[in-house]
Write a protein that binds this ligand. Structure first.
Ligand code: FAD
Length: 693
């Protein structure tokens, strides 16, 4: 064995799937010293996940890659429901929108996972140079690397300068790291399926005894296990770290084909229930591809695990032909296929000592048909990444890390509840008549599907109260059932939420069009909130052409300047957030505050002079780059793109105004009234989450 070496790193990410890539992207944007390793030789080339929720596209857009996915993907606008008629033949029964209009500028879209992984790599590279990471070398995925041991020094967990997690990494040869079958090999598409066994054992066995095998020791401040459903990291944390839930008897096949068919809705998302041959879902994809999810009624799990050797792609396709008959279905080109058994499980713990975290499939697995897996996995990492990054930079206290499990375990449980309901309705046999108690009512199925849009779009996420989410105890609307959320709420914001009725603490801050004060350019506000680690304090100041309103926002500005902005930490921005970051001549004289103050007013734009009328916190000055003109916006009629009616959208009364604090991940942390008596509440909120001077 080659000699052991030891190194230190702030964050070690295990696994470079969607969750690992999202974690790595955050770390690159925050300039955190990070390594990301993956046992595989390469990224995914075809198949696997393909569905992007509207919220995921918003998140990707905040890193500058949403538009790329949006442009290349197929947008799913409509859904058709096909059910058996009285003679048992399938018939179109309903057409419905596939998304709720007006909630987001994106809709559900499909593009294969490998393409998205490529965009991630580009976005990570675009983060450099980063002044906070003087190494100057962009974060790269280290492939063919397998962890073999993990140890947490629990006694050192609360020492913020410690590296309490020790991981041994083994470097594999290409042969050892290559799975027995490749995705493009149609003779066995099952190696990425949940029917396949974990291959870590065989990889280790192959490398055992090799004389030149290289191992190294890495001491990390934080480790994030993003290593999928068979998570090695989870197992390495010990027997207490379990997946809880169940495996069902439902077995499904998946095929990505270019179909040759007379079925009329093949370019529409379709839910087809046949009378007795099972169900089929059609997902029209990019490049003429169509994904078929096919129920395999003839494969029985018999209460245990399906024998994968019984499944072939010919058999899956025959099942699809039966379900869709009397329409004809054939193909010349198959891009990918696989099969899986539906299981629904959630990890009982998402973290050990807030030093090792689990994200993505490592802590939740479920049926892929609702297109949630990749999205929820990326959202876990999106929730976690900035928290680890800002704690590692000593901008936030360590206690904030406990909100990861609080927030994401709740979402994983909601996901499993949704999947449980949806997959049983979809896999069930259609009801013959109302006396058929074991059949599924097709009315119930389409109703459940249409009701679930808030959840499946990712826009319904509503985090519980914590230091990061100030709100009273509440009932969360989950799917169609009104479910009590067990929380105590936070005392602060009991009565002030009505200041901005559509900004809900715990939910994502919506986006409406406003006009830039300095140049009249219309922007949707999400474009002014890149994922760069900063909190945003949105000041809805009303008609500041009126003296009283103007004096109010300027008095607030003076208080912020001496209070929060003087005491909050500053944050260095890399090339993606500040194109001048790498050019010494243009570099900001001082890094900006981690609290970004933004103003939206309702005054006629021409009656406001930015530099003359407004306090400097709304146009901060930098000795090298001059005034910042990008913080004040008017809610008014634009020259060419209409009126965004942002105050109406956010639910703010222009007379009263409002203050809204938005976290670095775009979720609302605090809503309160604009009056002076509420400014202390904003200060208290920031004192709870930032390490103030
Ligand atoms: P993964 O994507 O599994 O990534 C884990 C990464 O960790 C991999 O790169 C792996 O090589 C690496 N790794 C694993 N073990 C180790 C180790 N010990 N050491 C180092 N590296 C390791 N989701 C959707 O949203 N829509 C769909 O249509 C859809 N279809 C699917 C079809 C199938 C057959 C499967 C299996 C899943 C599907 N999913 C779908 C789910 C989606 O692919 C996953 O939810 C998503 O990929 C999870 O992301 P992740 O990053 O958590 O894990």
């Amino acid at each position: 064995m080659a000699p052991d070496s030891t190194s230190e790193v702030d964050v070690l990410i295990i696994g470079a799937g969607p969750a690992g890539m999202m974690t790595a992207l955050w770390m690159s944007r925050l300039g955190i010293k990070t390594r990301i390793v993956d046992k595989r030789t390469d990224k995914v080339f075809s198949g696997q996940a393909d569905g992007f929720q509207a919220r995921t596209l918003e998140i990707l857009d905040s890193f500058g890659i949403g538009e790329r996915v949006w442009k290349e993907s197929n947008h799913m606008i409509e859904v058709s429901f096909w059910n058996p008629d009285s003679n048992g033949a399938i018939k179109r029964y309903q057409r419905a929108p596939n998304n709720i209009g007006g909630l987001s500028r994106f809709t559900e879209s499909v593009l294969h996972q490998g393409r998205m992984e490529a965009f991630f790599l580009d976005a990570i590279a675009a983060s450099y140079p980063h002044p906070a990471d003087p190494s100057g070398s962009p974060l790269k995925v280290e492939r063919m690397v397998l962890p073999t041991s993990l140890d947490v020094d629990e006694a050192a967990a609360e020492d913020e300068d410690a590296y309490p997690v020790t991981v041994t990494l083994r470097h594999l040869t290409e042969e050892e790291a290559t799975p027995t079958q490749k995705l493009s090999n149609l003779s066995d598409g099952l190696f990425r399926s949940n029917l396949a066994d974990d291959d870590v054992g065989s990889m280790l066995a192959q490398s055992k005894g090799r004389v030149d095998v290289r191992e190294e020791t890495v001491r990390a401040k934080y480790v994030v296990g993003c290593d999928g459903a068979h998570s090695w990291t989870r197992k390495a944390l010990g027997p207490k770290y379990e997946m809880e839930g169940e495996m069902t008897d439902f077995v499904w096949g998946v095929m990505d084909i270019v179909p040759i068919t007379d079925f009329p809705d093949v370019r529409t998302r379709c839910m087809i229930h046949s009378a007795s041959n099972g169900s089929l879902m059609i997902i029209p994809r990019e490049n003429k591809l169509v994904r078929l999810y096919i129920q395999l009624t003839e494969v029985s799990a018999g209460g245990g695990r399906v024998d994968r050797s019984k499944i072939t792609h010919e058999m899956i396709f025959k099942a699809a032909q039966k379900i869709i008959s009397p329409y004809k279905l054939d193909y010349h080109y198959c891009d990918w296929w696989t099969a899986y058994q539906i299981g629904q499980r959630v990890g009982n713990h998402f973290t050990k000592c807030d030093r090792v975290f689990l994200a993505g499939d490592a802590v939740h697995t479920h049926s892929p048909k609702a297109g949630q897996g990749m999205n929820v996995s990326m959202s876990d990492a999106y929730n976690l990444g900035w928290k680890i990054g800002l704690v590692a930079k000593k901008i936030m206290p360590r206690k904030i890390l406990s909100t990861y499990e609080l927030e994401r375990k709740q979402i994983a449980n909601e996901l499993i509840e949704f999947d449980h309901k949806f997959s049983r309705l979809f896999s069930g046999r259609p009801q013959k008549d109302i006396l058929d108690e074991t059949g599924v009512s097709m009315d119930d199925f389409s109703k459940a599907f249409n009701m679930s849009h808030m959840f499946t779009s990712g826009l319904g996420v509503n985090y519980s109260p914590s230091a990061l989410v100030s709100k009273p105890p509440e009932k969360a609307l989950l799917l169609e059932s009104d479910k009590e959320v067990q929380n105590e709420g936070t005392p602060a914001a009991q009565s002030k939420l009505s200041a901005a009725t559509n900004c809900k603490p715990g939910m994502r801050f919506p986006s409406y069009q406003v006009m830039e004060q300095c140049d009249a350019r219309p922007w949707t506000l999400h474009h002014k909130m890149p994922s760069d680690g900063r909190f945003r304090l949105w000041v809805f100041g009303g008609d500041i052409s009126q003296a009283a309103a103007r004096e109010r926002v300027n008095a607030l500005g003076a208080r912020l300047e001496k209070g929060i902005l003087a005491r909050a930490p500053r944050i260095e921005l890399g090339a993606a957030a500040n194109p001048f970051a790498g050019t010494a001549r243009f570099r900001l004289d001082r890094p900006p505050s981690v609290v970004d103050v933004m103003l939206v007013h309702t005054a006629p734009r021409h009656e406001v002079e930015l530099l003359r009328d407004l306090h400097e916190v709304y146009h901060p000055f930098d000795a090298k780059l001059g005034w910042d003109y990008d913080k004040v916006f008017a809610d008014g009629e634009s020259y060419n793109e209409g009126h965004g009616r942002a105050y109406e959208g956010y639910g703010v009364d222009a007379e009263k105004g409002a203050l809204v604090v938005v976290r670095p991940d775009g979720y609302v942390g605090l809503v309160t009234e604009l009056g002076e008596e509420n400014w202390g509440e904003v200060e208290t909120w920031f004192e709870g989450v930032l390490r103030m001077a």
